[in-house]
Design a protein around this ligand. Structure first.
Ligand code: AMP
Length: 190
């Protein structure tokens, strides 16, 4: 069982890399952003609750997000490991994940951070917004809100995982293949 947290700011390439890593390492990929978007487009109760936060670029409240993540994990009891993409994003989420996995005899094996400069990332998101159809990708003010949320609520996780000797930063700038191989180097050593 290996459980990897793919960490990074919006636009860092977590979703792109997850597509390769889940195949290569046979991991169950859980993207909380994708699950929320699915619920939003199907107008479920969860989607309705998450809508205003997502559309403004704010984080969805922890209680909703943690419950949703736990349900997703519970749906895959026989997996050989998870690839968490976009979760945890707050200390409360990280603590809840630790507790939840421990109850199952599991743990977070490693958190790998895709590091990149903000200006490069904002440009990448605006570019993605031309085709992704995501309202939160199309407006620079919303993108700035997402970065503010990251800086305030998510960046403390670097210390949280570093203190557990589980944080592995890698350079997130380069070709997709190049970054996949940097990630693989870390995972192969776990
Ligand atoms: P993402 O696709 O990961 O950029 O997520 C898109 C949006 O979904 C975020 O801006 C949040 O509104 C919401 N979201 C995704 N993951 C989380 C999370 N772990 N905690 C709170 N909100 C989240």
């Amino acid at each position: 069982m290996i459980n990897i947290v793919l960490f990074g700011k919006p636009g860092a390439g977590k979703g792109t890399q997850a597509q390769f890593l889940k195949e290569k390492y046979n991991l169950t990929h859980i993207s909380t952003g994708d699950v929320f978007r699915y619920n939003l487009s199907n107008n479920t109760e969860l989607g309705q609750l998450a809508k205003t936060y997502m559309e403004s670029g704010e984080l969805v409240p922890d209680s909703l997000t943690i419950k949703m993540l736990e349900d997703e994990v519970d749906n895959h009891p026989n997996t050989s490991g998870f690839l968490f993409d976009g979760f945890p994003r707050t200390i409360a989420q990280a603590e809840a994940l630790d507790k939840f996995l421990v109850k199952k005899g599991w743990e977070v094996t490693a958190t790998i951070g895709l590091e990149a400069n903000d200006d490069v990332l904002v440009q990448r998101i605006l570019e993605r917004g031309k085709t992704s159809g995501r309202v939160d990708d199309q407006d620079e003010a919303k993108i700035r809100t997402r970065y503010a949320e990251y800086n305030q609520k998510t960046s403390p996780l670097i210390n949280y995982y570093s203190n557990q000797n589980k944080y592995y930063p890698i350079d997130g700038i380069g070709t997709i293949a190049c970054i996949t191989s940097r990630l693989s180097e870390v995972i192969d050593q776990l």
